[in-house]
Design a protein around this ligand. Structure first.
Ligand code: FPP
Length: 262
């Protein structure tokens, strides 16, 4: 996959605090793949005495800013948890609003996303989303398919366990059909049956809103991912927080189960 070089020149209009963080960033070690659990929309709305939908709407603005900044900073791919397989349990009005926001976001943002070379993709059981969402996703995927900048991966009707179940079904089907020998089943082979086939595992997982759990997100892929947690609610999450996460990430020593560097 072709990675766009970090476009630091675009970092005009950054605040002094952001510029200080930017100066600490090593351009050659920006994470290739960042994953985000966009959490805290409901709490953000509640703290203002507003219905939950206001929190989701504000969350879309955070997404816009983070996508823009990720693209400018040369991050290769961003996987955001937008709707889980469990989110169907929410009131139908809230589910409907989230789906409308998705369609609205894609319709409104595609032009700018394409102008910035962003490629849109979705992971999850997306065929089971409402028809308008399926259509908007297909259109966005097709329209941005040739782009070579940031990959924006929207996790929709996504569940980590559902993904593993789907992968096992695909893999077992190929074994039964004689396309894959049982002794060819290894970690790499399993990875090829996941929704994220062909993508490197996330280097960094960002979880706003203070909860300390994975919430069924990328269960296989997060095995060696660095976590960055913040109490900031997603609608308040800005590029400043992304920069803080990136600087902190670059201070970590990743060992992947090996030894400390001497
Ligand atoms: C979790 O917050 C958030 C979600 C279930 C939805 C995330 C969706 C957005 C940020 C909207 C933008 C998405 C797209 C694709 C345009 P919560 O409601 O669980 O918050 P709470 O834990 O505070 O109640």
């Amino acid at each position: 996959m072709l990675r766009r070089k970090a476009d630091w020149a675009k970092a005009i209009g950054w605040t002094d605090e952001e510029k200080k963080l930017l100066a600490l960033l090593d351009r050659s070690r920006v994470p290739v793949h960042v994953a985000i659990i966009m959490d805290g929309n409901g709490r953000w709305a509640r703290s203002r005495g507003l219905p939950r939908g206001f929190g989701h709407r504000a969350g879309v603005e955070s997404l816009r800013e983070v996508v823009r900044a990720s693209s400018d900073l040369g991050i290769g791919m961003l996987t955001v948890y937008a709707f889980s397989t469990e989110n169907w349990r929410r009131p139908s009005e809230e589910v409907g609003l989230l789906m409308n926001l998705l369609v609205e976001y894609l319709n409104r943002e595609m032009e700018e996303l394409c102008a910035n070379g962003v490629r849109v993709n979705a992971i999850g059981r997306t065929a089971d989303l409402p028809p308008a969402a399926v259509k908007a996703l297909e259109w966005s995927r097709a329209k941005s398919a040739g782009n070579e900048g940031l990959l924006l991966n929207l996790a929709l009707n996504y569940g980590g366990r559902a993904e593993i179940v789907d992968a096992v079904k695909g893999l077992v089907g190929d074994v039964v059909a004689g396309k894959l020998a049982p002794d060819q089943v290894d970690e790499k082979a399993v990875g090829r049956y996941l929704y994220t086939t062909g993508l490197p595992d996330p280097d960094l997982l960002i979880r706003p809103a203070g909860d300390l759990r994975l919430s069924n997100f990328l269960l296989w892929q997060l095995a060696y991912t660095e976590f960055w947690l913040t109490p900031v609610l997603w609608p308040d999450f800005r590029r400043l927080h992304l920069l803080k996460a990136l600087v902190d990430f670059q201070r970590r020593e990743r060992r992947f189960g090996g030894l400390h560097n001497p």
